[in-house]
Design a protein around this ligand. Structure first.
Ligand code: NAI
Length: 462
C-alpha cells in the first residue's frame, strides 16, 4: 500500500478522509509532499457516503417521481405507480460506489499513503492507529461531524431516526415528523413528500431555513404548503412516545402529531471526543477545534479543517479549507476563506441557493445604504416552460457592490456559480446588467435582476 515505511517522518499526516481531509491530501500530493491519510470508515466521508451524494440521488428520484405524476401538465401521458425503494436505494448506492471507486483511484494515483483504521492523536506530531504510529512535520485534523440529537432524546434507528438511518430505510413511510427545518430537514421533507408521505416539519425558529434571507424562507414555506408539506414554526419539541403504528410527537405548544417515524435533524456535531486532541493541547470549544483564519490550531503545525471546526458545515467549505492548509504547508501564501462568499444550496423542490449576506445582515452592516431587488421567475421564459415559481433577490450597497444573491426555484443551485462570481468579484449592478445572458434560460433572471438594480429593467415594470 505504501512506499514509505511507518517509521519515517512524513510531511503531512491527515486524520480523516472526508471532504476536508482528502482534498488536503490530493492538493498536498500535487506539490510532491509525502502524505499519510488515515480513515476509519470509507474514503469520502459523510459527503460521499451519508450526505451530499446519496441525498441528492434521493432528491433526483423524487424529481422523477414528480415528473411522472405531473406529466399531463406537459401533454405527456404518464402515471405515478409508486416508489420501489429497493430500486431507489440501488440507484443511490450505485452512484456512491462509482464515485468512491474513482476517489480511491485518484488518491492512489497521487501517491498518497492511505491507512485504513481508527487514529488517535498521541503527540503533537503523531497519530496512532492500533500498534502503528505515523509522525508528520504537520498534522491535519479532519474527523468531521455526526448527526446530533436533543438532550434525553434517544434514537432507536427505526422509529426515531437521524439522517444516517434515513438513507438506509427500505420503505416509504406513510407519515413522517421531521424535527428541524434546516437544510437536512427540508431536503428529506421534500423527498418523502414526492415519494407520497404525509410530512410535518417542526422548527423551533419562526421560519424554515432560518439562516436564509427571510423572503426565501417565506417563499419555500408557501411552496411547501402548496405541495402539502405541513409545518409547525416557532414550535419546540417536547417528547416522543411509541404508538402501535409508529410514534406520537408532542410539542411544547400542546399539539401532538402521529406518524410512522420521526427524523431528528437538529444539526450535526463535531467528532472529537476521545481522539486525544485536548491531551496534546489543541484548544477546543464545545467539541469543535478552535482555529484561526488559516485553519491553524493552538498547537504549531497542527491544523484542522471541515466539519470539525466551527465554520460552514459544507463539503465544499471543507475542500477549500483542505486546499488552504495544503498550500500553506507547501510554502504558498494562500488567502483566508471569506465564508460569506461560499455558496450554499438546499436541494429541495424548490431549491434555495444563496451567496453573500442576507438583507437583514446587510442592513445591520450598512444601514440605509442597502438596496434590494426581487425578480419574480414568473417573468422568465424558461421558468414558465418548466412551470417553476421563484425569484432572484439581490442585496446591494447603493452605488456599491452586490453583497447578496439569493434564489429560489427549481434547479437554481445550478445558477449560483454566477452569483458567486458576482459576490466574490464585488461586481456592481451595471457590471452584470451589461452581460447578455442566453435566451431562454433561467440565468436570464440574474441579468434581469441586475438590470432592475441598475435602474434599467427590461422585462419588468419599473
Ligand atoms: P441545521 O442547523 O441547518 O438545522 C437544524 C434546525 O433544527 C435549525 O433550524 C434549528 O432551529 C432546529 N432545531 C433545533 N432544535 C430544535 C428543537 N428542539 N425543535 C425544533 N427545531 C429545532 O442542521 P441540519 O439541517 O441538521 O444540517 C446539519 C449541517 O449539514 C448543516 O450545517 C447543513 O448546512 C449541512 N448540510 C448541508 C446540505 C447542503 O448543503 N445541501 C445538505 C444537508 C446538510
Amino acid at each position: 500500500m505504501s512506499e514509505h515505511p511507518a517509521s519515517t517522518v512524513h510531511d503531512i499526516v491527515i486524520l480523516g478522509g472526508g471532504s476536508g481531509g482528502y482534498a488536503c491530501a490530493l492538493r498536498a500530493a500535487q506539490f510532491g509532499l509525502d502524505v499519510v491519510l488515515i480513515e476509519k470508515g470509507k474514503l469520502g466521508g459523510t459527503c460521499l457516503h451519508q450526505g451530499c451524494i446519496p441525498t441528492k440521488a434521493l432528491l433526483h428520484s423524487a424529481e422523477v417521481a414528480d415528473a411522472a405524476r405531473d406529466g399531463e401538465q406537459f401533454g405527456v401521458k404518464s402515471t405515478f405507480d409508486g416508489i420501489d425503494m429497493a430500486a431507489v436505494n440501488a440507484y443511490k448506492d450505485g452512484v456512491v460506489a462509482r464515485l468512491y471507486k474513482g476517489l480511491a483511484g485518484l488518491v492512489k494515483s497521487r501517491g498518497v499513503m492511505f491507512v485504513e483504521g481508527s487514529g488517535q492523536l498521541v503527540g503533537p506530531d503523531t497519530v496512532a492507529v492500533g500498534d502503528d504510529t505515523y509522525t508528520g512535520r504537520n498534522v491535519v485534523l479532519a474527523t468531521g461531524s455526526v448527526p446530533k440529537s436533543l438532550p434525553g432524546l434517544a434514537l432507536d434507528g427505526s422509529r426515531v431516526i437521524n439522517s444516517d438511518h434515513a438513507l438506509t430505510i427500505d420503505y416509504v413511510p406513510r407519515s413522517v415528523v421531521v424535527l428541524g427545518g434546516g437544510v437536512i430537514g427540508v431536503e428529506f421533507a421534500s423527498v418523502w413528500r414526492s415519494f407520497g408521505s404525509d410530512v410535518t416539519i417542526v422548527e423551533a425558529l419562526p421560519h424554515l431555513l432560518p439562516l436564509e434571507d427571510e423572503d426565501l424562507s417565506k417563499q419555500i414555506e408557501r411552496q411547501f404548503r402548496k405541495r402539502g408539506i405541513a409545518y409547525e414554526l416557532g414550535a419546540r419539541f417536547s417528547k416522543v412516545e411509541e404508538s402501535a403504528t409508529g410514534v406520537v410527537v408532542h410539542l411544547e405548544n400542546g399539539k401532538s402529531i402521529e406518524a410512522d417515524l420521526m427524523l431528528v435533524a437538529v444539526g450535526r456535531g463535531p467528532v472529537s471526543a476521545g481522539l486525544g486532541y485536548e491531551d496534546v493541547g489543541v484548544a477546543m470549544d464545545r467539541g469543535f477545534v478552535t482555529v484561526d483564519e488559516y485553519c491553524r490550531t493552538s498547537v504549531p503545525n497542527v491544523y484542522a479543517v471541515g466539519d470539525l471546526i466551527p465554520t460552514l458545515q459544507l463539503a465544499h467549505a471543507g475542500f477549500g479549507e483542505g486546499i488552504l492548509v495544503a498550500e500553506q504547508i507547501a510554502g504558498l501564501d494562500p488567502k483566508p476563506i471569506d465564508y460569506d462568499g461560499v455558496p450554499r444550496v438546499t436541494y429541495s423542490d424548490p431549491e434555495v441557493a444563496s451567496v453573500g449576506i442576507t438583507e437583514a445582515a446587510a442592513r445591520a452592516k450598512y444601514g440605509d445604504a442597502v438596496t434590494t431587488v426581487k425578480y419574480d421567475l414568473g417573468g422568465n421564459g424558461k421558468s414558465q416552460i418548466l412551470k417553476t415559481a421563484g425569484m432572484v433577490k439581490l442585496v446591494a450597497v447603493k452605488d456599491g457592490p452586490v453583497v447578496g444573491v439569493h434564489m429560489i426555484g427549481s434547479r437554481v443551485g445550478e445558477l449560483l456559480a454566477e452569483g458567486q462570481l458576482i459576490y466574490n468579484w464585488e461586481a456592481y449592478a451595471d457590471d452584470v446588467a451589461t452581460l447578455i445572458h442566453p435566451h431562454p434560460t433561467q440565468s436570464e433572471a440574474m441579468g434581469e435582476a441586475h438590470l432592475a438594480l441598475a435602474g434599467k429593467p427590461l422585462h419588468t415594470h419599473s
